[in-house]
Design a protein around this ligand. Structure first.
Ligand code: GCV
Length: 674
């Protein structure tokens, strides 16, 4: 191909994408079910794509993706020495575009990056882009059970069809791997952290191998969660004591067996001595002793242990302090291939939490953060909550460079659109993009996702992106504003039950433990005169959070028990501010409905209607939250619901009697809806 023709084709590709040719005129859009995610580029099959060198399955995929999707001039892929195996450079020279990397994974990521630039209308004149991932470990954690259910999964059943494997290997495994690779996710923990020991039986390991074989060409490593008592349950040993020689040997043999099947196996994720799971503390051993025993078995093969710090034994009356109290004294005691995996906040994936102080107090221990994509506490797959702003908020406190990796509890299932809500896909997408480059803004990522998933017309992208960016804050406002947390219903984490009392239940599983509303005020006093959780933060934050007059209002009721009449920055009393925040959350949910309705000309009618009906549920749920919380808290404040806001439409008594009939693995069709 001559140079002019090549430049012409590049120019055509740029113009076409800038003009947003993937948006048809209103009325001409064919229905889509969302199964193609953000990878909707139509097959073109005309691109000249060259590679010279030893072919690998990943490079074959890179070539085929480019041949199918690239609409510009020739592209050459080249392996070169030096640099990270996942890093890449894309640049243009007189022969067209070149992608170079030291590894085949890097070439694959480079191919997806080039396609993303094309499909989002990026400026590709004089292209010269060098990219390297911020974290080595960019892993999805699936809480999938052997019976096909998913703990806190709201998008159908598990992707993994354990009953059919290894004989039948579903095509969705590759589609899943492809989606991950396209955003740079390089690992998947296949099973629930509440792990069944049976994952380690020979029969099941062969199934794990079958999945690993599908994920590998896309650069996605396979990991599994293991149950600490496996030597007893699977190996019939009398103990699982990590210092017992027989136990160590059992794990070593098991690990050897795994690597015999899966030579590039990633390692184990472990939830130990947490919520009833077995662990080293059952034998008087520490978390470090438990983790290091597994690490020794894995180290010879280059495997790692991701050891979760999600523990809350009653070492202190404040649950928010317990993980730090248990793990901080172990700082420096973990083997080099152990990474302590810490949830972003000190409690449990609430709509808003301050960061977990373990991130700044573990100075000699590799750590990784665990985020939750599945919306266990943010309206399941019914509510639109774009989570990138939540993750960015975390990175404002915990620099990515201080972390080894990032894990996301997956929101995928076997629903046709993967995530239950079309906009749930944006969290999967954003997780991958931010794990690669946490410096991207939430808006940049939302825009990329919208352009590829729906349409690039700015009349669509600008308002819908605005809605996404405001969505998480709206959820905070209508569920738990000003630092309130964990006031969910007992049987599920979907709707409000701030009044919930269950005789004999752990106090720290009940909403009243968290909101502490009484006649004087509301909120959990974690200041120095309260539980003193503030002291777990560095001095400057300890002072900031510990003083009611300087504490950021978004964390106010997290750190303080505040009188109802307390003057807020707005000039309102705390009670009035609470009323206004709840009301604002409701009006935001309603505004999102308007934004979406106006987007109708740009979206196929199937996906338009799907999202429209979810937004209706979200608005109704927002009113439910507002009416329930405000009327219940009014019984303590003794104050009327601020007159400037919408009046309650539900009776407190009705809401208190209402029980949503769902299990933890279902997404309800609606909430309280009288
Ligand atoms: C996998 C919360 C969830 C549990 C989850 C646990 C964890 O408690 O409600 O379903 O269990 O966190 O992260 O281990």
């Amino acid at each position: 191909m001559n140079r002019m023709k090549c430049l012409y084709l590049i120019a055509f590709a740029i113009c076409a994408s800038v003009l947003g040719f993937n948006c048809a005129v209103a009325g001409e859009l064919a229905d889509e079910d969302g199964s193609r995610l953000w990878l909707r580029g139509d097959k073109y099959n005309g691109a000249e794509v060259l590679f010279r060198g030893s072919m690998t399955p990943s490079i074959e995929i890179a070539l085929s993706e480019l041949r199918g999707g690239w609409r510009g001039g020739p592209v050459r892929l080249e392996l070169k020495k030096g640099g990270g195996k996942e890093s890449f450079r894309i640049f243009s020279d007189k022969n067209g575009i070149k992608i170079t990397s030291a590894g085949d994974a890097g070439l694959l990521y480079g191919a997806y990056h080039l396609l993303r630039m094309q499909n989002t209308g990026a400026d590709m004149s004089n292209i010269d882009v060098s990219e390297m991932p911020a974290f080595d470990l960019r892993i999805l954690n699936h809480w999938d059970n052997p019976d096909g259910s998913i703990e806190r999964g709201y998008a159908g059943h598990s992707l993994w069809r354990w009953d059919e494997l290894p004989g039948v290997v579903a095509p969705r495994y590759r589609e899943y791997a492809r989606a991950n690779a396209s955003v740079g996710i390089n690992g998947a923990v296949l099973n629930n952290v509440n792990a069944s020991p049976t994952i380690l039986t020979k029969d099941n390991l062969v199934k794990v191998k079958a999945i690993a074989d599908e994920l590998r060409p896309y650069g996605v490593k396979t990991y599994i969660s293991v149950n600490f008592a496996s030597p007893m349950v699977v190996g019939c040993l009398p103990t699982a004591d990590p210092l017992d020689k027989g136990v160590g040997r059992w794990w070593k043999d098991k690990v050897d067996e795994i690597y015999g099947l899966i030579p590039d196996f990633g390692g184990f994720l472990v939830k130990a001595n947490s919520e009833g799971q077995p662990g080293p503390c059952d034998y008087g051993r520490t978390h470090a002793e438990g983790a290091n025993m597994l690490a020794a078995a894995l180290a010879r093969h280059g495997g790692i242990v991701m050891w979760r710090a999600f523990v809350y034994s009653a070492s202190d009356s404040d649950r928010a302090k317990q993980a730090s109290l248990e793990f901080q004294p172990l700082d420096g005691e973990f083997a080099p291939n152990v990474i302590v995996q810490i949830k972003n906040g000190p409690i449990d994936f609430q709509p808003r939490e301050p960061y977990s102080p373990l991130f700044t107090s573990l100075e000699h221990t590799p750590t990784m953060v665990e985020m939750q994509l599945t919306q266990e506490y943010l309206g399941f797959s019914n509510h639109l909550a774009y989570l990138a702003p939540l993750w960015k908020e975390f990175f404002d406190f915990v620099p990515p460079s201080s972390l080894k990796g990032i894990a996301g509890v997956a929101n995928t299932g076997d629903d046709v659109n993967w995530c239950g809500h079309h906009f749930g896909q944006s969290n999967w997408y954003a997780f991958g993009r931010m794990a690669w480059d946490p410096g991207l803004t939430s808006g940049e990522v939302a825009e990329e996702w919208l352009k590829q998933t729906f349409c690039s017309d700015s009349a669509f992208v600008t308002p819908v992106k605005g809605m996404m960016l405001d969505s998480r804050e709206a959820v905070v406002d209508y569920m738990m504003p000003l630092g309130l947390h964990h006031i969910f219903a007992w049987g599920h984490h979907y709707g409000p039950e701030p009044w919930c009392e269950v005789p004999g239940a752990r106090h720290d599983w009940l909403p009243s433990y968290y909101h502490r509303a009484d006649k004087q005020g509301i909120g959990f006093d974690r200041s120095v005169t309260g539980s003193n959780a503030v002291s777990q933060y560095p001095d400057s934050l300890c002072r900031l959070y510990g003083d009611v007059s300087t504490c950021p209002e978004e964390y106010l009721l997290w750190f303080h028990h505040v009188p109802w009449g307390h003057k807020m920055r707005s000039g309102r009393t705390l009670w009035d501010e609470l009323c206004h925040r709840y009301d604002h959350g409701v009006s935001e949910a309603r505004r999102f409905q308007c934004v979406w309705d106006m987007a109708e000309p740009y979206v196929d009618s199937r996906r338009f209607r799907d999202v429209q009906s979810k937004l209706r549920i979200q608005s109704r749920d927002a009113v439910w939250w507002k009416d329930a919380c405000l009327q219940y808290f009014a019984t303590f404040s003794g104050m009327p619901i601020s007159y400037g806001i919408e009046r309650p439409v539900h009776d407190l008594d009705d809401m208190m009697k209402f029980k949503l009939d769902i299990t933890n693995e279902e997404c309800p069709e609606s909430g309280f809806n009288k």
